[in-house]
Design a binder for this molecule. Structure first.
Ligand code: SAH
Ligand code: SF4
Ligand code: F3S
Length: 465
């Protein structure tokens, strides 16, 4: 698939965002509260951080409680049916609050709304929803919101491959570790997946813009940055840089201690990227590399552009070159036509690849995708049974695998404290394994050496050295 020309939202438009937001603050913002709820992936979470950034300029303040907010917005996901159902249910439940408080403003945005048929249906079915927009209109939010404040219902879903809005404000949820989007969209059209339809074609930011944002985050005290993209390693900027170049540039930023990235597509995992992972000390020794299936026949039907042998070759190269690397993955069971034999091949690859964690899903038909049109859909009961068997297999592999960490010493970046029993500090190793050890909240934000003494489920337990 060829690349589209990258279009940046003009600087003037971003200035207008700020101006409109300040205008809203003067006219309406005083004492108003907002509640933003995200339903999707990290990209969706990040879009919500941009919404919060704009709302903060408008003088609105965040509310912990949906029922106290003057503006509620759901940032939706449609990657699987389950995500959609949750949104519809939760919007329906808002009717009662709106009846009691007619001044409440309700918005719905994000991937699910980018499907025109769905947003049309939602806008009709829920007349109490005031604002609906898709993924291409995020930077027009203040202007649309201003119209809504003046009493007009607004729906805007543009068919566009999207632009790159540089310089939108963001209010980030976390204070120690955060995400930074390096590329948007997807060109792969895996046959089961809706993402390319709702996120448009791949477009990469300029390296200089990425580094400016990363330096700004480092100045604010962030120690860990996760570089985000639907296919982060397919990054290709207009001036010819690839994703390994981004890692090299990031590695030089003072103050940043850890660099992570997700999600990587196996077809674009280059030797250069593996070398960068091996050589750059700040780049963590973890990769999330979705395999989706172990059956070559199914992988072909999925349009994944690799086979199981190539996937295993990548795993071998990663393990050979990147010391202590842990690999996590995504797997789908019950793709149309999947036989018992295909499914066994998936179990085989799980055993061979020795993943340290796996996100497992039942195939969910998405309207408009190629797989949804395939004849032989797998019955729900079979999908359920396979998911169950897959999860048992993963648990077994992960539990066995965890044993190898016992007795090792690793650096934990402390994220928080669990107070359930006695205070247990927790945080991740570079390899993405979560570690718990006795400790209190003073340790949050520190990088500490911990000796692993035992394992339980997905997690490791240890003691501070
Ligand atoms: N760009 C990433 C993430 C895509 S969505 C990637 O290519 O890996 C995250 C995961 O959701 C996918 O890896 C896939 O395992 C799962 N997924 C996507 N569409 C799905 C569908 N229709 N049914 C079930 N799982 C799906
Ligand atoms: Fe979806 Fe495939 Fe693109 Fe990932 S690579 S977002 S699974 S189409
Ligand atoms: Fe993410 Fe869901 Fe959209 S997974 S890209 S929010 S469809």
């Amino acid at each position: 698939m060829e690349r589209t020309n990258i279009v940046h939202v003009p600087k003037k438009a971003i200035q207008d965002v700020q101006e409109t937001a300040r205008h809203i603050k003067e006219q309406y913002g005083a004492g108003k509260k907002y509640f933003v709820e995200s339903y999707g992936c990290q990209m969706n979470d990040h879009d919500s951080e941009r919404l919060r950034g704009m709302l903060d300029i408008m003088g609105y303040t965040p509310s912990e409680n949906k029922f106290e907010a003057d503006f509620i917005i759901f940032n939706t996901c449609c990657v699987r049916e389950h995500a959609e159902k949750r949104v519809f249910g939760n919007i329906g439940a808002l009717k009662k609050i709106k009846d009691e408080r007619p001044n409440l403003i309700i918005g719905v945005c994000g991937c699910m709304m980018q499907q025109k048929a769905v947003s049309d249906r939602l806008f009709k079915r829920f007349p109490f929803v005031d604002l609906v927009f898709g993924t291409n209109e995020l930077h027009e939010f203040p202007q649309m919101f201003e119209k809504v404040l003046s009493g007009v219902r607004v729906k805007k879903v543009q068919e566009s491959d999207g632009e790159i809005p540089e310089g939108l404000p963001a209010t980030r949820i976390n204070t120690l570790s955060t995400s930074l989007v390096v590329m948007y969209g997807c060109n792969n059209f895996c046959s089961y997946c809706i993402v390319p339809y709702v996120r448009g074609r791949e477009r990469s930011r300029n390296i200089s813009d990425i580094i400016d944002e990363a330096m700004h985050l480092a100045d604010k005290g962030y120690k860990e940055i996760t570089l985000l993209g639907q296919n982060v390693n397919s990054f290709k900027s207009d001036d010819g840089h690839d994703f390994a170049d981004v890692l090299h540039a990031m590695n030089d930023i003072e103050g940043i201690r850890r660099i992570r990235f997700m999600t990587s597509h196996p077809k674009d995992l280059s030797d250069k990227l593996i070398d960068a992972m091996a050589g750059l000390e700040k780049v963590c020794n973890h990769i999330h590399l979705p395999v989706q299936s172990g059956s070559d026949r199914v992988l072909k039907l999925m349009n994944r552009k690799y086979d199981s042998a190539h996937y295993m070759h990548l795993i071998d190269e990663l393990r050979k070159n990147v010391e202590g690397i842990e690999i996590t993955t995504d797997i789908i069971v019950g793709f149309p036509t999947e036989t018992e034999e295909d499914f066994e091949a998936t179990l085989d690859i799980v055993r061979q690849a020795e993943f340290s964690a796996a996100f497992t899903f039942k195939y969910s038909p998405r309207t408009g995708t190629a797989a949804a049109r395939m004849d032989e859909q797998v019955p729900e009961i079979v999908k359920k049974e396979r998911l169950h068997r897959l999860n048992s297999c993963c648990t077994e592999i992960i539990t066995t695998n965890n044993q190898k960490h016992i007795g090792t010493i690793g650096e934990v970046f402390v994220e928080g404290v669990d107070m359930r029993d006695k205070p247990m500090a927790f945080g991740k190793l570079s390899n993405f394994k979560m570690v718990y050890f006795p400790g209190d909240k003073d340790l949050i934000g520190q990088f500490l050496n911990v000796k692993i003494t035992k394992t339980k489920h997905n997690s490791l337990f240890g003691e501070l050295l």
